[in-house]
Design a protein around this ligand. Structure first.
Ligand SMILES: Nc1ncnc2c1ncn2[C@@H]1O[C@H](COP(=O)(O)OP(=O)(O)OP(=O)(O)O)[C@@H](O)[C@H]1O
Length: 768
C-alpha cells in the first residue's frame, strides 16, 4: 500500500511526483517549455517558484512603464504557466487519488475475501489441529502401552533368566556334590570291599584257627588220655617193679636158700638177671617213651596255650573288626541312604532342570518373539516419534498462526475476590458477568453510579477461578516461548487488585503458585519431554526491578540481600540495548543466570516475592513504585533436524496505577492518572500504537524501552488487567478496563511488514 501511495518529496532541487511508480513531472523550471500540453513539460522547482515569487522589477527608470509593462506581462505569463502547471498537477493528483481509491476498494474487497478464506482455513486448521492432537494422544497412549508391555516382557525375561541362572547354579553345585558323593561312595565301597575281604579272610583264618584249635584240643585230649594211660602203665610198672623187687628179695632169700643150689639157682639167677636187664631196658624204653611223651605233652600244652592265646587275640581282633565292620556298615548304609536321597534330589533337580530348560527354551523363543516385537515397536516408535515431531511442528506452526490470527496483543481480565479482611461488604460488588452464550467468559459489566459499562476481552476470569485455571489459559503462550518465540505477559491494575497474586502467587500455599513459578515448571517439563525428540535446551534467567526509572539487578547477590529496604544499589550502570532487528534485548552489567532446574531459580523467586510482600506491608512509609521483570531466555538445538530456536519469556508485574484524581476517568488514555514515568510511558506507547501513529515513544522510559521488542516486534503479548470488585475501587477499575480495552484494540505489526517501511532502529513505525 505505502509503496504505491502518492509521495511528494523535494530531493536535490527536483520536485518528484510519484503515482503508482511512474513520474508525472520531473523537470527543472529553468528549462520550462510549452511542449506536450498548455504548460506541457514546463518544469518548476522550488527555487524557480521562489525566484518567480521574489522577482523584482528590473530596469533603471521606474517610470518607464512600457518596459515595466512588458516585464510585468512576462512575469504574469510565467505566473500563469506556473499556475497552469500546478492545476495540471492537481488534476493528475485527483486522478491518481481516484485511481488509488478504486485500488483501495478492490484491496479491501480482496482483504475481506482473504479474511473469509482465512476464517475458512482457520476452521480447517482447527479441525486438523484437533485431529492431530487426537492422533497425538492416541499415539502417546499407544506408545505408553507398548512401552509398558515392553518393560513387562523385559521384566519377565529378566526374572526367568535369573531363575534359570539360579537353577543352573544349583544344578552345578548339585552335580559337584553328586560327583563328590559318588567319589566318596566309591571310596567307601572300595573300603567296604577291602574290609569285607579282610573280614572274609579273618573269618576264614578264624575258622581255620578254630578248626586247628579244636584239633589241638582233640590232640590235647588224646595226649592227656595217653598220658593218663602212661601214668597208669607207670604205676602198674612201679607196682610190677615193687612186686619184682619183692620177688627179687624172695628170690634173693631163695638164692640164699638155694645157695646150695647156687648153680641151679645161679643159672636161674642169670636168666632172671638177663630177664631183669631186659625188663630194665624195657622200663628205660618205657621211661624214655614216657619222657618223650611228657615233653611232647608239654610242648603240646604250650602249643595249646599259644593257640589259645592266638585264638583269644584273633577273637578280640575279630570283635574289633566286627565292630569296625558294623560301624562301616552303618556308615555305608547311612551313606547309601544319603546317596539315595541325593539321587532322589538329583532326579528332582534334573526334572526341574529339564523343566527350566523347557521354560528357558520357551522363554528364549518368547524372548526372540518379544525382541522381534520390541524391534517392530522400536521401528513403530521411531515412525511415531517422527510423525509426532512432524505433528508437533505442524502444531507449533498452527498454534503460532492461530495466535497471530487472534492478534499478537491479547488482554485477559481477572477479578479478584472481595477481601473480608479489609472490612469490605462481601455482598456488594460492582462487577457482573453476562451469561449469554456468546458473551460468557469474555465479557464483564462494571456498574458505576448506576451506569453500566460493558467490556469484552479475550478472556475474563471471575474470582472463583483458581491459579491453575488461569495458568491453563496461558500455558500455550509459555509453550510458544519454548518453541522459539518472544512472549511477554504483564499484569496491570490498581493497588491491591491482585497483580502480584496473579504473577507470583501466594508463596505460603503451593497450590496458589502464580504464573511465574508455574511457567518455569512448565518450561522444564516441556524441555524434558522435547529431549526425547532430540532437543537440547538451555535456559538463562534474569530478574530486575525498575524503581524510579532505575534498574535494579535482583540476581546480583548483594542486590538480593539488600532487597528488604528496597534501596539496594550496586553502583553499576545498566544500559538497555536492542540488536539491529529489535528482536533481542541486552542490558549491560545485568546478571544472567544459567538455570538447569526449577530448584535453581525457585529460591530467588521466593526471596523476591517475600521482599516485595514485606515492602508492600510496610505501612509506616509509602513504598516506592516498582516494576518487576522476570525474563527467561530459552535456546534449543535439535542436532537430528538441525533446528535452532531462541525464545524469550518476559513476565512482568507492573507497578500499580494511581486512582484518578477527579474520581472519573475519561476516554483518553493519558487520563489514567499515572505518576510513575514508566507507566505513563507505557500508556503513551499503547496509545500511539492504538492511534496508529508514526512515532512510538518507546525510548521515553526504561520499561517501554525494555519491552519494545514485545510491543513492536512479531512477539506475543498478553496483558492481565487486574481489577477489584470492591465498590470503593470502581473509578480505578473503570480506568483500568478502559485502558485494557484500548490495548485490546491494538495490533502489533509484524517485524517483517515493518522492515519494509522503516529502518529497524527507527522508532517511527508505519501502521497500515
Ligand atoms: N484471585 C485472588 N484470589 C485470592 N486472593 C487474591 C486474589 N487476587 C488478589 N488476592 C489477594 O488480594 C490482596 C492484594 O493482592 P496483590 O498484592 O496481588 O495486589 P497487587 O495488585 O499486586 O497490589 P500492589 O500493586 O499494591 O502490589 C492479597 O492479599 C492477595 O492475596
Amino acid at each position: 500500500m505505502v509503496g504505491q501511495a502518492n509521495v511528494v518529496q523535494v530531493r536535490e532541487g527536483l520536485l518528484l511526483v510519484n503515482g503508482g511508480g511512474r513520474d508525472i513531472v520531473a523537470v527543472r523550471g529553468e528549462h520550462a517549455s510549452s511542449e506536450g500540453s498548455e504548460s506541457g513539460g514546463i518544469e518548476f522547482c522550488r527555487d524557480d517558484v521562489e525566484v518567480l515569487l521574489n522577482e523584482k522589477v528590473k530596469g533603471k527608470n521606474k517610470f518607464d512603464f512600457k518596459i515595466r509593462y512588458d516585464q510585468m506581462m512576462e512575469y504574469v505569463k510565467k505566473l500563469k504557466l506556473c499556475i497552469k502547471w500546478f492545476q495540471e498537477m492537481e488534476e493528475s493528483y485527483l486522478l491518481e487519488h481516484e485511481r488509488l481509491r478504486t485500488m483501495l476498494k478492490s484491496s479491501e474487497k480482496r482483504i475481506s475475501e482473504t479474511e473469509v478464506q482465512m476464517r475458512y482455513r482457520t476452521d480447517e486448521l482447527d479441525f486438523e489441529l484437533a485431529e492431530l492432537s487426537r492422533t497425538h494422544t492416541f499415539l502417546e497412549e499407544k506408545l505408553a502401552k507398548l512401552e509398558s508391555e515392553k518393560m513387562m516382557a523385559f521384566d519377565s525375561h529378566r526374572n526367568e533368566k535369573e531363575v534359570r541362572v539360579a537353577l543352573e547354579r544349583t544344578q552345578a553345585s548339585l552335580a559337584e556334590a553328586l560327583e563328590r558323593t559318588e567319589q566318596g561312595l566309591n571310596r567307601a565301597n572300595q573300603k567296604i570291599e577291602s574290609l569285607n575281604a579282610s573280614y572274609r579272610n579273618s573269618q576264614d583264618y578264624n575258622t581255620g584257627l578254630q578248626q586247628y584249635n579244636s584239633k589241638l584240643q582233640r590232640d590235647s585230649d588224646s595226649y592227656k588220655a595217653s598220658l593218663e594211660r602212661l601214668g597208669q602203665e607207670k604205676s602198674v610198672m612201679i607196682e610190677t617193679l615193687a612186686m619184682l623187687q619183692g620177688k627179687y628179695g624172695m628170690l634173693q632169700d631163695e638164692l640164699s636158700s638155694f645157695q646150695d643150689s647156687k648153680n641151679d639157682v645161679l643159672k636161674e639167677t642169670e636168666t632172671l638177671t638177663s630177664e631183669v636187664a631186659c625188663m630194665k631196658a624195657e622200663l628205660q624204653k618205657v621211661r624214655d617213651e614216657r619222657d618223650s611223651h611228657y615233653v611232647q605233652a608239654q610242648a603240646l600244652t604250650a602249643e595249646v596255650l599259644h593257640y589259645k592265646e592266638r585264638t583269644g587275640r584273633s577273637c578280640a581282633e575279630l570283635d574289633t573288626l566286627t565292630t569296625k565292620s558294623n560301624a562301616l556298615e552303618d556308615i555305608c548304609s547311612s551313606q547309601a541312604e544319603q546317596i539315595r536321597l541325593l539321587q532322589h534330589k538329583m532326579e528332582a533337580a534334573n526334572d526341574k532342570l529339564q523343566m527350566a530348560d523347557l521354560n528357558t527354551m520357551e522363554s528364549r523363543t518368547e524372548f526372540e518373539e518379544q525382541k522381534r516385537l520390541a524391534w517392530d515397536l522400536q521401528n513403530r516408535i521411531e515412525d511415531a516419534k517422527f510423525q509426532i515431531m512432524q505433528a508437533d511442528k505442524l502444531h507449533k506452526d498452527l498454534y503460532n498462526t492461530i495466535l497471530e490470527l487472534k492478534g499478537n496483543i491479547r488482554v485477559f481480565c481477572r477479578v479478584r475476590p472481595l477481601l473480608p479482611d479489609n472490612g469490605a461488604d462481601t455482598e456488594t460488588t460492582v462487577v457482573s458477568y453476562p451469561q449469554s452464550v456468546e458473551l460468557v467468559g469474555r465479557t464483564i459489566d462494571l456498574t458505576q453510579s448506576g451506569q453500566r459499562h460493558q467490556f469484552s476481552f479475550d478472556k475474563v476470569f471471575n474470582p472463583e477461578e483458581s491459579q491453575e485455571e488461569v495458568f491453563a489459559e496461558i500455558s500455550q503462550l509459555v509453550q510458544n516461548a519454548v518453541d522459539g518465540h518472544k512472549v511477554c505477559v504483564f499484569a496491570y491494575g490498581q493497588t491491591g487488585s491482585g497483580k502480584t497474586y496473579t504473577m507470583m502467587g501466594n508463596p505460603e500455599f503451593p497450590e496458589e503458585r502464580g504464573l511465574i513459578p508455574r511457567s518455569v515448571e512448565q518450561i522444564f517439563r516441556s524441555m524434558k519431554f522435547l529431549a526425547s525428540q532430540g532437543w537440547k535446551h538451555s535456559v538463562q534467567a534474569s530478574m530486575l526491578e525498575i524503581c524510579n526509572d532505575t534498574i535494579q539487578d535482583l540476581l546480583a547477590t548483594s542486590q538480593v540481600g539488600g532487597l528488604d529496604n528496597g534501596t539496594a544499589m550496586t553502583g553499576k550502570q545498566y544500559t538497555i540495548r536492542h540488536d539491529a532487528s529489535i528482536r533481542n534485548t541486552y542490558i549491560s552489567n545485568l546478571t544472567i543466570m544459567n538455570v538447569h532446574s526449577v530448584e535453581d531459580i525457585s529460591p530467588f523467586l521466593h526471596q523476591a516475592a517475600q521482599c516485595r510482600s514485606v515492602r508492600k506491608n510496610q505501612t509506616n512509609e509509602k513504598p516506592p513504585k516498582s516494576h518487576f521483570i522476570f525474563t527467561l531466555r530459552i535456546s534449543g538445538v535439535n542436532e537430528s533436524t538441525e533446528q535452532q530456536l531462541q525464545g524469550v519469556l518476559n513476565l512482568v508485574d507492573l507497578a500499580s496505577t494511581n486512582p484518578p484524581s477527579n474520581g472519573s476517568c475519561g476516554d483518553q488514555l493519558r487520563e489514567t492518572q499515572v505518576s510513575d514515568k514508566n507507566l505513563s510511558s507505557l500508556t503513551d506507547v499503547i496509545s500511539a500504537i492504538a492511534k496508529k501513529e508514526d512515532y512510538i515513544p518507546f525510548k521515553n522510559s526504561k520499561l517501554t524501552h525494555l519491552l519494545q521488542p514485545c510491543l513492536a516486534g512479531d512477539s506475543k503479548t498478553l496483558m492481565f488487567v487486574n481489577i477489584s470488585p470492591d465498590p470503593s475501587s470502581v473509578d480505578e477499575s473503570l480506568c483500568s478496563l478502559r485502558f485494557a480495552a484500548k490495548v485490546n484494540a491494538c495490533e502489533i505489526r509484524s517485524i517483517r511488514a515493518r522492515q519494509t517501511n522503516a529502518h529497524p532502529t527507527d522508532s517511527r513505525l508505519s501502521y497500515a
